[in-house]
Design a protein around this ligand. Sequence first.
Ligand SMILES: [Zn+2]
Ligand SMILES: [Zn+2]
Length: 348
Amino acid sequence: MARCSVCGAPAVYVNRATGAAYCERHFMEYFSRRVRSTIRRFRLFRSRERIVVAVSGGKDSLTLLHYLVNLSRRAAPGWEVRALLVDEGIRGYREYTVRRFERVAEELGVEYRIVKFRDELGYTLDEIVRLGAERGLPYRPCTYCGVFRRYLMNKAAREMGATVLATGHNLDDIVQTYMMNILGNDWEKVVRLGPVSGPALHPRFVRKVKPLYEVLEKETTIYAILNGFYDGFEECPYARLGERWEIRRVINRLEEQRPGTKYRLLRSLLTAIDILRRAGVATEGEVGTCAICGEPSAHPVCRACLLRIELGILEVGEEKLRSLPKAAREMVLQALRLAEKRRKKSGG
Ligand SMILES: [Zn+2]
Ligand SMILES: [Zn+2]
């Protein structure tokens, strides 16, 4: 059995890339050191913040919430930590994760809010996926979920008075996304994969940070186990339909064969971001406003509004259409034409 590299007690975790092993106590120290170094190095938080943690209900975001609440009580009195969960309404998955979230939030004594797709959009994700299929839309469930989730997160966090929104993305998530963006030749997305998103200059945009940026998924799992909120129930039923699923398998296999692959991918990403920024690929900073809903958007009409138009769950009346600026009107008309064409093709 492996022994803790610090004190020689039985180890609960071995980091195969560095060869270091940790007992329970020294694992918690190691974890904390790792996250604090990310926070410092990338200046994620200022001394006074209202941090809203975006909780998905999975182990990563619960770990982040647990860690930040404890850190704020121990060492950062200027931080006020709250939690936000977006309930997309996936049956057989969400009910359970909501209950687990509420239990952890109550144990921590942290204020929280739950925002539902059903209340905000009029439909659950399950219903949206069905509608999209009926209308012949080419999107995967993860597309709808991702777009609407980000949209509602930003809106709800702002309403909660957040100065910063923290998400539970871990190192594995980041390098998977990096790989997906490379395969899609999408360098504008790579630029935005740093631990801080922004600085987007829009009064309605909440700055987003990823404190678990340099923490392996395996490490958040161990943190969650040691703190009593991991029970193996994790997986979103739609996950296997996404491209991410395959990429994740490939990277995990590489890591097994050559420990340290994930760290090397992360270093490669940070180098790429640096090169792309200097080459002027960065598109951050200038963010416009969606002509329909008023939320921050890179385009005249935001992605969430366009998707709702394509799904037929957002009506844009004649009068509203006439009142829109030309570029926005054209985007709406194009989305409507496309939706009509698809509907005919799918015979609906
Ligand atoms: Zn130890
Ligand atoms: Zn919009």
